[in-house]
Design a protein around this ligand. Structure first.
Ligand code: DC
Length: 233
């Protein structure tokens, strides 16, 4: 079977990673959560006092990019987890604090260039499902299947709030809602690789769809693209 490249982009908390992970498992493809990479750089910046509510030492972050080593390693259940300079940071990168700074960090072109290079190395020529904001537009503009996911801000914030509350994080719905809408704003308006639907992406709004139905819709699209490749080869 030929292996294809699948790009899943969209707004925050639209369930991109859930569907991308399921799809990769089903197809036995590599799954790359590109948001985790931006989150890990943000964690590095926070830990090294390069960013705070009062200042952003952008040049210092750019100078220290070479010291940031990112990799995904599989845990015992086969789930890929994010490692920052050899340390498992999968839990730390999901906090609201990291979410509050990640979009600012993701505006820096030098950060993006470093991560896009790594993303190419992780996915190029392999069967890959990658989710993020610029996968279908910048990272893999020739991807075989591009999905653009959306849902209302209220639905997305509610999902994220439940996820964080279940983990035991002390947060309010308003904080999560504000973070989701603020990130949408920064992600769509930044100069370098803004979040936007690729012209050839298929848009899916899952405000009212359940995860299971959505997975089957996208899986069918992937199967059709794979079959198309077989016919052409
Ligand atoms: O997918 P996520 O919510 O974990 O992503 C966190 C942030 O990282 C998101 O708000 C913007 C940034 N990001 C990006 O700019 N480009 C990507 N390909 C993935 C994420």
């Amino acid at each position: 079977m030929p292996k294809i490249t699948i790009a899943i982009d969209g707004y925050s908390s639209t369930g991109k990673s859930t569907v991308a992970r399921q799809l990769a498992e089903w197809l036995e493809y590599v799954y790359v959560d590109s948001g985790a990479m931006y989150r890990a750089v943000t964690l590095y910046a926070l830990r090294n006092n390069l960013v705070s509510y009062s200042e952003f030492k952008k040049e210092e972050l750019i100078d220290s990019l070479e010291e940031i080593r990112l990799e995904f390693r599989k845990n015992k259940d086969g789930k890929a987890e994010m490692y920052l300079n050899g340390e498992n940071v999968e839990k730390e990168i999901r906090t609201l604090e990291v979410s509050e700074f990640v979009s600012i960090i993701a505006t820096v072109p030098e950060v993006r260039r470093k991560l896009v290079k790594l993303q190419h190395a992780m996915g190029e020529g392999k069967g890959v499902v990658m989710d993020g904001r610029d996968i279908g537009t910048v990272v893999f503009p020739n991807a075989d299947l591009k999905i653009f996911m959306n849902a209302s801000a209220d639905v997305r914030a509610r999902r994220r709030y439940e996820e964080l509350s279940q983990r035991g994080d002390q947060i309010t719905f308003e904080e999560v809602f504000n973070n989701v809408t603020e990130r949408d704003h920064i992600d769509t308006n930044r100069k370098d690789s803004p979040l936007k639907k690729a012209d050839d992406a298929i848009e899916i709004d899952n405000s009212e769809t359940n995860i299971e139905d959505q997975f089957h819709t996208i899986l069918q699209l992937a199967k059709d693209r794979i079959a198309g490749r077989v016919k052409r080869s």
